[in-house]
Design a protein around this ligand. Structure first.
Ligand code: CUA
Length: 339
């Protein structure tokens, strides 16, 4: 007996190590950028409160069931020489009570859940800021129709203001997910899904496509920047300004190159081109990252991207335009001058 217990210690230790290893994300849950347990919007807080209610109840039920199970295992374990215990089939009182008790627990979950379902499906207030979102392979377009602003992969929002998102998918199914703001909703071709929420803590939050949509699904990210009211107004004013003429010679060369090349067929730069297949580049230089939050918008990265987009982002729909040598550098200088 003693020997067999001792021989199980290595297995037990191995199992414990596996549990610790497999749950390694557990401790960073609160601080990770993709956390869902520190909501920064009223939508997030509503769904989070239900999540916590269900979690605590299921945690308690789990402990109670395990304790009963262990108790039964020890209490009724086979003893040497003991007779077979009394055999029973069915117990009406027990069966009725566990049906009733669990129905009551489900009712406890249902009472706060139903109003939240209705609340999160409510039509937005007339004063809501409207944002038309297009999920495309593999980037996000954010249009503010009332403000006449179009941007890509960077969603700017004012804190304390109701925002109503209309979700469009020109190609395949995507899913808009902003874990800290609590919003996740499918983006489906042929229909317009909606999500309404009020971000309330200024800051920068990551977003990610949450529905497998092809080769660069994992690279379909975006940044959400929640400003205070004045900060948002400032951002809007800057986005509404037409692009300024580049001052330095390299950027001017890039401007000429842009106007003469296939770039104009896919990208819009206000006053220069009107393509709509790729991201609007009117204020490209104001964005911190590029390629749907793939990397920082540095002159080196932008030039590398122009030389060979598919090399940096598998499956990228932007073709290699054969720009080499000084050409990508000039284009990068021009695009980054568009603040
Ligand atoms: Cu878009 Cu995954």
């Amino acid at each position: 007996m003693r020997k067999s217990l001792l021989s199980r210690i290595p297995t037990a230790l191995l199992l414990l190590a596996a549990v610790l290893l497999l749950s390694s994300c557990g401790w960073s849950m609160w601080d990770s950028p993709m956390t869902t347990v520190r909501p920064k919007s009223e939508f997030g807080r509503m769904t989070h409160s239900i999540f916590m209610l269900i979690s605590w109840w299921t945690f308690g039920i789990g402990i109670a069931v395990e304790a009963l199970l262990l108790w039964a295992c020890f209490r009724f374990r086979e003893k040497p020489g003991a007779a077979i215990p009394k055999q029973v089939h069915g117990h009406t009182l027990l069966e009725v009570s566990w049906t009733v008790v669990f129905a009551l627990i489900l009712l406890i979950f249902a009472i706060p859940t139903i109003p939240v379902i209705f609340k999160t499906q409510e039509a937005p207030a007339a004063t809501a800021l409207r944002v038309d979102v297009s999920g495309r392979q593999w980037w996000w377009e954010f249009k503010y129709p009332d403000l006449k602003v179009v941007t890509a992969n960077e969603l700017h929002l004012p804190a304390g203001q109701v925002v109503s998102f209309n979700l469009h998918a020109p190609d395949v199914i995507h899913s808009l997910w902003m874990p800290q703001l609590g919003g996740k909703r499918d983006v489906i071709p042929g229909r317009v899904n909606r999500i309404t929420l009020t971000p309330d803590v200024p800051g920068e939050y990551p977003g990610q496509c949450a529905e497998y949509c092809g080769m660069s699904h994992a690279n379909m990210r975006f940044r959400v920047i929640v400003h205070d009211k004045a900060g948002f107004e400032q951002w809007v004013a800057a986005q509404q300004r037409p692009p300024v003429q580049p001052a330095d010679a390299l950027a001017q060369k890039g401007q000429e190159l842009f106007a003469q090349s296939a770039c104009v067929g896919c990208h819009t730069i206000t006053g220069v081109s009107g393509g709509v297949l790729g991201p609007n580049l009117t204020h490209f230089g104001s964005r911190k990252t590029m390629g749907a939050n793939l990397m920082a918008s540095t002159p080196e990265n932008v030039a590398k991207w122009i030389e060979n987009p598919g090399h940096l982002k598998p499956g990228a729909l932007m073709p290699d335009l054969g720009m080499r040598g000084e050409q990508p550098k000039a284009l990068a200088a021009y695009l980054l001058s568009l603040k």
